[in-house]
Ligand binder design. Structure first.
Ligand SMILES: NC(=O)c1ccc[n+]([C@@H]2O[C@H](COP(=O)([O-])OP(=O)(O)OC[C@H]3O[C@@H](n4cnc5c(N)ncnc54)[C@H](O)[C@@H]3O)[C@@H](O)[C@H]2O)c1
Length: 344
């Protein structure tokens, strides 16, 4: 069993779900359901959050199996982990992640999105982790929905022929929220973006010392080296967030976290979903933790590791850079210092 520690006991760590949920949407629920991981310690600065966690989740774990700490520093001093999940807010990701890396007390980091507030932070976390041989994956959580993983594989193997365009739908903060759909577009288009033209709204003003406000996405066009074009639609009437249309030379796929899957052939006829081999539903967190455990067992890197999260972050920051400068941004983005208050 791989030992997991969680830093920050907020919504995504444990509060979005309860132990009885069959498909918990939170780290603790996924760690508990994954057969290869065990939760050994948690930390939160807030006594209230620790108290609530003990009440809600405590009875779901073996008695006295979890150790509680107020600060991440104290927890890292006393424990050794296979996996540390970093579930504090975006502006603290850099500081806490660097602390975890420097401590050398874990073999793997599962970091919440948004990875960092600037590309410089993303670069530094990546380089420091690499120097210590600690892989990071970033939690674009819906990526691990079992049916989306299966559809990703089918599309790669030609379900809609050669992919030509991927249209993703989701508004909201470019880095804190819409970034899930940036990842979803890449999940089907590939993780090889070369340029971005983006439009945002709500940018401007200093929100906290040093930081610029995080804008919302209006839209973006992403060019990939494969020749695929990605379109991020920020405002829409009927499509739910976290959904995509994948348009290929031989057909199309409509899929997402909260909509039914529709595959059409070149003639526009709907393909019977029972032919797709779509798997049973499962907690996306359980699936992600199982991928990490498989890696620690000697398997391949999990999804949303360096190559993937770098592409997604490059696109996210380039969308903002493009809108502010009025230019198409070639990737990698030159300006790595723009510091956005990505407080999701
Ligand atoms: N993947 C998703 O779908 C999803 C959904 C919601 C939030 N998130 C992300 O998860 C992260 C946390 O968001 P949230 O809504 O759960 O936040 P939250 O405010 O509910 O919880 C954060 C917790 O971290 C604690 N904390 C801060 N610094 C700490 C430290 N150094 N050591 C220990 N505890 C510390 C705080 O006391 C707080 O309880 C954000 O990056 C957010 O974007 C992801």
């Amino acid at each position: 069993m791989y030992k997991v520690g969680v830093i920050g006991l907020g919504n995504i760590a444990s509060r979005y779900s309860k132990p009885e949920d069959p498909y918990p949407y939170c780290h603790v629920g996924g760690i508990r359901l994954c057969e290869s991981t065990e939760l050994i310690a948690v930390s939160d600065l807030s006594d209230e959050r620790i108290k609530e966690f003990k009440q809600v989740w405590g009875p779901a774990f073996p008695k006295d199996s979890i150790r509680y700490y107020k600060t991440s520093s104290e927890m890292l001093e006393k424990e050794f982990f296979d996996i540390v999940a970093i579930c504090v807010r975006g502006p603290y990701h850099y500081e806490v992640t660097m602390e975890v890396i420097k401590s050398g007390k874990t073999r793997f980091i599962f970091l919440e999105k948004p990875m960092g507030c600037s590309l410089r932070e993303v670069d530094e976390m990546t380089q420091s982790a690499e120097a210590k041989g600690i892989p990071i994956i970033v939690d674009y959580s819906r990526h691990w929905a079992p049916h989306l993983l299966r559809l990703q594989e089918l599309v790669k193997n030609g379900l809609v022929g050669q992919v030509q365009s991927v249209i993703g739908y989701c508004g909201g903060g470019v880095l804190s929220f819409a970034i899930h759909t940036t990842d979803l577009i890449c999940q089907f288009a590939g993780y090889d973006p070369i340029s971005v033209c983006g439009y945002v709204q709500g940018h401007g003003g200093i929100v906290a010392e040093k930081y610029e406000n995080e804008p919302s996405i209006i839209g973006a066009i992403i060019k990939y080296s494969s020749g695929v074009t990605g379109y991020h639609v920020g405002q829409h009437g009927t499509m739910t967030g976290f959904s995509v249309d994948v348009l290929g030379s031989e057909g199309s796929l409509r899929a997402g976290m909260y909509i039914g899957t529709v595959v059409k052939n070149k003639q526009g006829q709907v393909i019977d979903n029972s032919t797709l081999g779509l798997p049973e539903n499962a907690s996306v967190f359980k699936v992600a933790y199982q991928q990490i455990a498989d890696y620690l067992d000697g398997g391949p890197l999990p999804h949303c590791a360096k190559n993937d999260y770098m592409a997604v972050n490059e696109i996210g920051f380039a969308v903002i850079e493009s809108s502010i400068t009025g230019k198409t941004i070639d990737i990698p983005t030159q300006n790595r210092n723009r510091l956005i208050f990505a407080n999701g």
